[in-house]
Design a protein around this ligand. Structure first.
Ligand code: SF4
Length: 483
């Protein structure tokens, strides 16, 4: 591997003058007709040229802004010199999922937002797409462990946190079993993120790679209903990781939300975009949309639903949001892509009633206009109803994408587990340790709906602590094993 550059030898003035080329993306009209990835293939020369724009800042603000602290500067230096595999291994040293994070991180709020170019109002180095580029071209080395320790760990939830824990424990020679309620692995990566943002084959590759390294998977098994955490300990697992996410939809009290043609975001996305045999039985029916689709909500999931509705053939797809774009919680890049593909936005409007149309399906939506009032606890200005501003719009399909909550029922079934008033699991931040002996947790189940990369970071830390926990117990550790 070539060495890091001598910072003093970098000609920053020359680099700052290099041109930026946007990562290739398919034409909006073309990409809105299929579920293939929206971004196209970069060629090596273009990727190297973009990597060369990095001025190797000694302060590395991008690294500090990355939740897993990827060594971005070194990886881009290696890519600039054509060392694609080495660049990928630098990303893999700190992240279990560079091909995923490079695609789905909200980079404008993380690494790229901190880039000096962005601070100057210029396009930042396309760190995320470069990370995905090198990871795609450098297959993961086989998951091998020098020896078997005899220790057994269970992971509940095959999402980003759980898969990260499984990788790190398997690498250390522990026996790992992953349980998940869905019929296949990936959690939110497969059942939440549409394939036009990230090909689902990447998730399957990761699950297959872990299985090839000895990790066993048990799908269609809901821990908390089919099996309890106590059962797992009784089965001889010494430690358990809860990576159950926060996937319970926030259900609004909108009259008419039970009408045919009204969908919750997750089943809508799953039915539209996951292969039939990998869907749970209750989501096997394909989903159709009418001509006019209303998506209610303003986060990333709402953008995914807008773009999905367009791909399903809807002609008018509108996002209804009760504040303005400035207060929207989602990623700006996703909003731009949705707009390019044909979605429109209706700000400061709130649906209050869904009205039955011909054939008993939803046919119209009654809304009211809002204005912005004082700031609320989140720092965003609160939407306030404008009296007498009600109006009606015709719709054929409504998708409710109003956010997610923790799974209150599941955590309530775990004995001796401390949770907060939102049913988020309380952990020790350094180790992921919960209030219950041997039980660890991380990701959205702890933070509420957050980022894939944060779940990866939680998983890495928890795996380290679970390894220490098991080896400290002594039994099953072969002679010579060092923690
Ligand atoms: Fe940026 Fe996310 Fe990659 Fe970190 S993991 S470098 S934040 S894209």
């Amino acid at each position: 591997m070539i060495e890091r550059p001598n910072s003093k030898a970098i000609d920053r003035k020359r680099r700052l003058a290099l041109p930026h080329a946007d990562p290739p993306i398919r034409d909006a009209e073309e990409r809105a007709r299929d579920f293939d990835e929206a971004y196209g293939e970069w060629d090596l020369d273009a990727a190297r040229a973009e990597a060369e724009r990095c001025i190797q800042c000694p302060a590395a603000p991008c690294v500090k802004a990355c939740p897993v602290e990827n060594d971005i500067l070194y990886a881009l230096w290696l890519l600039e010199h054509g060392e694609v595999e080495d660049a990928a291994s630098v990303f893999r040293a700190t992240s279990s999922m560079p091909e995923v994070c490079g695609r789905v991180c909200p980079q404008t709020e993380l690494c790229e937002g901190a880039c000096v170019y962005a601070k100057q109002g210029r396009p930042p180095v396309a760190i995320g797409r470069l990370e995905a580029f090198v990871a795609d071209r450098a297959p993961r080395p086989p998951l091998e462990s020098p020896r078997r320790t005899g220790h057994r760990a269970a992971v509940v939830g095959a999402g980003p946190a759980g898969l990260t824990v499984a990788e790190h424990l398997a690498r250390r020679g522990h026996e790992v079993s992953v349980f998940d309620a869905w019929p296949a692995g990936g959690g939110i990566l497969r059942y939440g993120i549409p394939s036009f943002k990230m090909a689902h084959s990447l998730v399957q590759d990761q699950v297959d790679w872990l299985a090839g390294g000895g990790v066993s998977f048990v799908f269609d098994t809901f821990v908390g209903r089919d099996l309890t955490v106590d059962d797992l300990f009784d089965q001889g697992f010494e430690t358990v990781f809860l990576g159950i996410g926060a996937g319970v939809p926030r259900t609004p009290s909108i009259e008419g939300s039970e009408l045919p043609g009204v969908h919750q975001a997750t089943p809508f996305l799953v039915r539209a975009n996951v292969e039939e045999e990998l869907r749970p039985a209750e989501m096997r029916d394909p989903v159709g949309v009418g001509r006019r689709v209303a998506v209610v909500g303003g986060g990333d999931t709402a953008m995914d639903c807008l773009r999905t509705a367009l791909r399903l053939g809807a002609q008018e797809v509108t996002c209804w949001y009760r504040r303005t774009e400035q207060e929207m919680p989602g990623n700006e890049r996703d909003r731009t892509l949705a707009r390019q593909e044909g979605a429109s936005f209706e700000w400061l409007a709130q649906p209050v009633r869904l009205i039955s149309g011909p054939h008993g399906r939803v046919g119209a939506m009654e809304c009211i206009r809002m204005r912005l009032g004082e700031s609320d606890a989140s720092g965003r200005r609160r939407p306030v109803e404008i009296p007498g501003s009600g109006f009606e719009v015709q719709v054929d399909t409504v998708v409710l994408a109003l956010g997610y909550l923790a799974d209150r029922d599941t955590v309530a079934r775990v004995s001796d587990l401390d949770v907060d008033d939102r049913s988020l699991i309380t952990i020790d931040a350094e180790s992921g340790r919960t209030s219950r002996e041997g039980l660890f947790a991380g990701g959205d189940a702890v933070l509420g709906p957050a980022l894939v990369v944060t779940a990866v970071e939680h998983g890495r830390r928890a795996a380290e602590a679970m390894h220490r926990y098991m080896t400290a117990r002594g039994a099953g550790v072969p002679a010579g094993w060092s923690s």
